[in-house]
Ligand binder design. Sequence first.
Ligand SMILES: Nc1nc2c(c(=O)[nH]1)N[C@H]1C(S)=C(S)[C@@H](COP(=O)(O)O)O[C@H]1N2
Ligand SMILES: [Mo]
Length: 205
Amino acid sequence: MAQPPISRGFRGRKPPVQSDRIPPGQHLVHDFPVLSAGPTPHAPLSEWSFSLDQGGKALKEWSWEEFNALPQTRLKTDIHCVTTWSKLDTQWRGVSIDDLLKAAGLAEPPGDFTMAHCDGDYTTNVPVDDLAGGKGMVATHFEGEPLAPEHGGPARLLVPHLYFWKSAKWIRTLEFLDSDEPGFWEQLGYHIYGDPWQEQRYAGD
Ligand SMILES: Nc1nc2c(c(=O)[nH]1)N[C@H]1C(S)=C(S)[C@@H](COP(=O)(O)O)O[C@H]1N2
Ligand SMILES: [Mo]
């Protein structure tokens, strides 16, 4: 049966794809774009370590072996890149910031803010409240496989409720700070906090 033209566009269209999960200005992708400000580092696992730092000193440091022996957290979550792609239901495994603090013997986080430091000199700042309470992890696995080098392997920060530039790839140190300081992209004009639901893309948004 002939349909009036107005319904034709709707018939051919997929149902509005869970638009309550796509923040303003974002669109859904099914691939996994790679966005890196520099080359992919390839540090051998025998030389890899992860540390919680404060004032230039390590509060606790783990080797790759020790890190993988820590309690594992699984997380299924949506991610949102400031370049406007969003990806739904990504699955991650790693160590939660809560478990890292516990394993370091820290009853309280030693500062209200953090700076993630990575192989290749990338940095990004995240408030402790956005990492603790099950909100952030250091991820080593994606979709059941070891995290690919171009996506941050062996380990990346994962803070899925903020724009994905906060999820620092190749993280090696989480530094605790008393005040919020801008990281790499934040110094170049990106928003200091980066909430995708508020479209906090650039400073002043
Ligand atoms: N170390 C490091 N981490 C990084 C970046 C980077 O250039 N270096 N890019 C950020 C940006 S802008 C985004 S959108 C995501 C991209 O992650 P992906 O390449 O796994 O998609 O990583 C973030 N973490
Ligand atoms: Mo990004």
